[in-house]
Design a protein around this ligand. Structure first.
Ligand SMILES: Cc1cc2nc3c(=O)[nH]c(=O)nc-3n(C[C@H](O)[C@H](O)[C@H](O)COP(=O)(O)OP(=O)(O)OC[C@H]3O[C@@H](n4cnc5c(N)ncnc54)[C@H](O)[C@@H]3O)c2cc1C
Length: 363
């Protein structure tokens, strides 16, 4: 029986564990120095911008399409196994169009999506005001509505993936850090951890920002750098607009995410490291996210801030996100990392890709 060790239990590692747990003849162990869903995943807003993304071809689109399709079956599947609800907003994503945006570009995207079998609707200002009266801003000229995109709770999803994988026989070791690797390229045979050595046939690095020091142990450093995101939860006490139509709303890179009970997540900032390679959270940027949300939905001005948080997105330096494939120089070390702003969206497609590398489809 092949033994696969997955390093990291954010949404990516957990999705891989669950996917592989459905393959017969694999022994799977997941190691994380923290409990599940603590790092980037614990801060994410779970907005799944697939159909509404500007990616139209190649791997970038294929992965988005695969993930959006898989989520429709994955969520009920996990809910059935775990007997727990995963907050999954099926009311789509509404992207607000501002004066400077070129509607012709959206029309082009709508045609492309249509030919790919997906829907996008372009709403003029009157239609937007009719359907979403909470949006009141003179610079907004209309909106693009993507009914097949989704939003979900990344922590609830990750915990459900862990539980479902456990149910299928996967072993999780939390509070165990991977320190070093024993290698004789092109193979790695063993990892050294804070809880002793672990031998395996395959190693999957799904360690987000921890992937950089880890791959350095393999003498093949993959450079993943942090980009800070701050977000906040506000309590309005009632729904914005029509309570029966509560899509995730996005505009000018700010998301307004309904999370139930008249609460909304607002976010997130995008903050790069300074010269000293540190990212001190900038309060003004967080305030401007809130102000932008209020500018779109003036009702939010009365909402009470009940929580603020931040997280570090793992962004690959000098190459596109994500980084999926063999670690250069190794045949049995796979990378599933550097998902930057779309790790929740791309987790199911990443899990498929890793499964195919371990068990080729035609084998
Ligand atoms: C504010 C914010 C909002 C976001 N919103 C969205 C969104 O709306 N949609 C979306 O798709 N994405 C979003 N993202 C991005 C998303 O959070 C990330 O792309 C995703 O969580 C990456 O998941 P991951 O599993 O690769 O990494 P992580 O969640 O960072 O997990 C990595 C894990 O590896 C473990 N680890 C690291 N090194 C070691 C080691 N040596 N030994 C053992 N364990 C180790 C860590 O403890 C951690 O648990 C957002 C991110 C932020 C910060």
């Amino acid at each position: 029986m092949s033994h696969v060790v997955i390093i990291g239990c954010g949404v990516v590692g957990a999705a891989i564990a669950y996917e592989l747990s459905q393959v017969k003849g694999l022994k799977i162990t997941v190691v994380d120095r923290q409990p599940p869903a603590q790092a980037s995943t614990g801060a994410a807003l779970g907005v799944l911008m697939g159909v509404i993304s500007q990616k139209i071809k190649g791997k970038a689109w294929q992965m988005r399409q695969t993930s959006i399709q898989r989520y429709e079956t994955l969520i009920p599947e996990l809910e059935a196994i775990t007997n727990r609800k995963i907050p999954f907003n099926r009311q789509g994503i509404l992207s607000l169009c501002l004066e400077e945006e070129n509607i012709a570009d959206w029309e082009k995207l709508r045609e492309i999506r249509h030919s790919q079998g997906w829907q996008l609707e372009i709403w003029d200002k009157a239609k937007l005001q009719n359907i979403c009266p909470q949006i009141d801003n003179e610079k907004i000229t209309g909106a693009v509505y993507s009914p097949q995109d989704r939003q979900l709770d990344p922590t609830a999803l990750t915990l459900a993936l862990v539980e479902a994988a456990q149910h299928n026989g996967v072993t999780f070791k939390f509070g165990v850090a991977v320190l070093d690797a024993q290698t004789s390229p092109p193979f790695c045979s063993q990892l050294e951890t804070t809880a002793g050595k672990i031998s395996a046939d395959w190693f999957v690095v799904a360690a987000g920002l921890g992937s950089t020091p880890l791959t350095a142990q393999f003498k093949q450093m993959i450079d993943i750098r942090p980009v800070l995101g701050q977000a906040l939860q506000v309590h309005l006490g009632h729904s914005l607009g029509n309570p029966d139509f509560q899509p995730a709303i996005t505009g000018n890179d700010v998301h307004i995410v309904p999370v139930g009970d008249g609460d909304y997540w607002l976010g997130a900032t995008v903050e790069f490291p300074n010269d000293g390679n540190e990212i001190p959270p900038n309060q003004e940027l967080l305030d401007s996210v809130r102000q932008q949300a209020i500018a779109f939905c003036p009702d939010l001005a009365t909402a009470k801030i009940i929580r603020t948080w931040s997280g570090l997105r793992p962004r690959p330096e000098g190459r596109p996100a994500p980084v999926i494939g063999k670690l250069p120089g190794f045949d049995n070390v796979l990378l599933a990392t550097g998902h930057y702003r779309n790790g929740v969206l791309l987790a199911p497609a990443t899990a498929y890709a890793i499964r195919e590398m371990i068990i080729p489809i035609d084998s």
